[in-house]
Design a protein. Structure first.
Length: 418
């Protein structure tokens, strides 16, 4: 049986589906300088930092931002657990065991979370209860932002996530085919020990996948963000998944191509940078993935001294649906988390089929990730609650098939010189 074990951020998301990020209330609490504790579109701030910035309790800020409205939806969120749930949903029918290790409190939010995960094909026996508050995020979504593509802002309370530490990860966590660390910047003791944790997972033969989240702790310190104890962390990562902002902050680079140069020079096997509705950018050093000559790949002109990188577009069919008059009522919350989950699922399926290190198909993995991230815009919140097992898998496979056809058509167009 193939095993995926993951740890990192898990929390309750309280989602407000229509909070304008250019409103008077939002602008009143908008950041004046990076890391000052103010709100920023697309980024996360901690409750305590926002309260210090505003000089008032968060309850009053929330009242102003939402006009006193109740959340449109409460859902399970977090870059680790959402990615693992999506991977588990995509692996229905496969001989796979997906496990999450993390921290929850002993409050009503924890009860809500456990009610949700009870319906998911995910092993949460390592999801420990601590005395205190369950982590939560207030998510403010503006569907009109970025010319109608949408954007969110997050206010996070870490709660008992601060208590979860490496000693809470059993030996069995590292004895896995894939070990995934997701959004660890919101679980400080795990994040600050990522070097040793990734090293141990790699030493055990696992494929190590890291997907990041905006690191407000490190941003407040100034300078380039640190991932783990030192930059040695990067050499123990097989696949690193980030959005553009995170990639630039982690690398200190001025553009995505230079950021990829940084991660490759540090020894990361493959790195993928997402950028909203724009193309993803990535590379592989060949240690885990091959990159087939197919496939709708584009090769951006490298910057000075840059190493070769590839790009892939988002799904044209998903964009068409989102632009239609009868588009589903969803938001962009969880796009990156589901992107990472699609990547995990593809890696697992390829390993299950007997593919070895150096021969996995990165385009296939990115294709599954792209449609998984895009599909999450069709519903509110990161976690898709199925009416029946295999429901989401069937939907994703439909969009995956259309996306592969899109890539083949793109490749044919370029071959004809169009």
């Amino acid at each position: 049986m193939l095993t995926i074990s993951g740890t990192g951020c898990a929390l309750m998301d309280y989602l407000y589906a229509d909070v304008r990020l250019d409103s008077e209330a939002f602008l009143r609490y908008r950041s004046r300088a990076g890391g000052d504790g103010g709100l920023e579109p697309g980024k996360l701030v901690f409750v305590e930092d926002l309260e210090r910035f505003a000089g008032k309790p968060f309850a009053g800020i929330l009242e102003e931002l939402t006009g006193g409205a109740k959340p449109d939806r409460a859902n399970l969120g977090g870059p680790s657990i959402v990615a693992l749930i999506h991977a588990a949903q995509m692996l229905e029918g496969h001989n796979a065991h997906i496990r999450f290790f993390g921290a929850r409190g002993n409050d009503a939010s924890a009860d809500e979370i456990m009610n949700i995960v009870a319906r998911m094909p995910l092993d949460v026996s390592g999801y420990r209860a601590f005395e205190g508050h369950t982590p939560f995020t207030q998510v403010f979504s503006d569907p009109t932002y970025d010319q109608g593509h949408g954007e969110r802002t997050f206010v996070n309370e870490r709660g008992v996530a601060d208590l979860f530490a490496p000693e809470h990860l059993p030996d069995s966590f590292f004895d896995s085919d894939i070990v995934a660390f997701g959004g660890t910047a919101l679980v400080p003791q795990i994040h600050d020990n990522l070097t040793s944790l990734c090293k141990r997972a790699r030493a055990g033969g696992a494929v190590v996948v890291v997907n990041t989240v905006y690191d407000f702790r490190n941003e407040a310190k100034g300078g380039r963000w640190l991932l783990g104890e030192s930059d040695e962390t990067y050499g123990f990562i097989d696949v690193l998944v980030m959005d553009k902002e995170e990639a630039l902050r982690l690398s200190g680079a001025e553009n995505s191509e230079a950021a990829l140069d940084f991660f490759r020079a540090k020894g990361t096997g493959a790195a993928i940078i997402t950028d909203g509705v724009r193309d993803i950018l990535f590379y592989s050093d060949g240690s885990l993935f091959s990159v087939p000559a197919l496939s709708g790949l584009r090769f951006p002109a490298p910057g000075k001294g840059s190493l070769p990188a590839c790009s892939l577009p988002v799904s044209a069919e998903i964009r068409r649906v989102l632009a239609s008059s009868d588009k589903p009522k969803g938001d962009t919350t969880g796009c990156g988390d589901n992107f990472a989950g699609g990547l995990l699922a593809s890696i697992a399926i390829q390993l299950e089929a007997g593919q070895k290190r150096g021969s996995l198909d990165l385009v296939d993995a990115c294709s599954m990730a792209i449609v998984s991230g895009g599909f999450s815009c069709f519903y509110i919140g990161g976690t898709y609650q199925e009416a029946r097992p295999g429901e989401k898998q069937q939907e994703i496979e439909h969009y995956y098939k259309l996306y592969r056809e899109q890539l083949s058509a793109n490749a044919a167009d370029r071959a004809r010189g169009e």
